[in-house]
Design a protein around this ligand. Structure first.
Ligand code: FES
Length: 105
């Protein structure tokens, strides 16, 4: 497992990841989605585990990501399927600090 740091301060991270937006970032060899709901940040795989739709086009509702294709919903914290029947979404641990947003992959 590797640790990556986005930004160099909390303020910079808040500017990089606007509220309820989904940003695709490349960290090492992995592309992952980063999103934010208020002060809470989330990191997850970019393709829906149902039929691989791009979650970049998804909608954030509270702490859930809604897939644009069949509207399955996933908890962005745990990856659990909230609505629909498919494997869970792969999620990554994140932590915001004064040094930026740490992501463990
Ligand atoms: S591809 Fe995402 S819900 Fe079907």
């Amino acid at each position: 497992m590797k640790t990556f740091i986005l930004g160099q301060s909390k303020e910079q991270v808040f500017q990089m990841i606007p509220e309820k937006r989904i940003k695709l970032v490349q960290l090492g060899g992995e592309k992952i989605c980063i999103s934010r709901n208020g002060d809470a940040f989330f990191a997850f795989e970019p393709f829906c585990p149902h039929r691989m739709a791009s979650l970049i086009q998804g909608t954030i509702v509270r702490n859930e990501i809604v897939c644009p294709l069949h509207q399955y919903r996933f908890d962005m914290q745990t990856g659990a399927v909230v609505s629909g029947q498919c494997p869970d979404l792969k999620v990554y641990k994140v932590e915001l600090s004064d040094r930026g947003l740490a992501i463990w992959i």
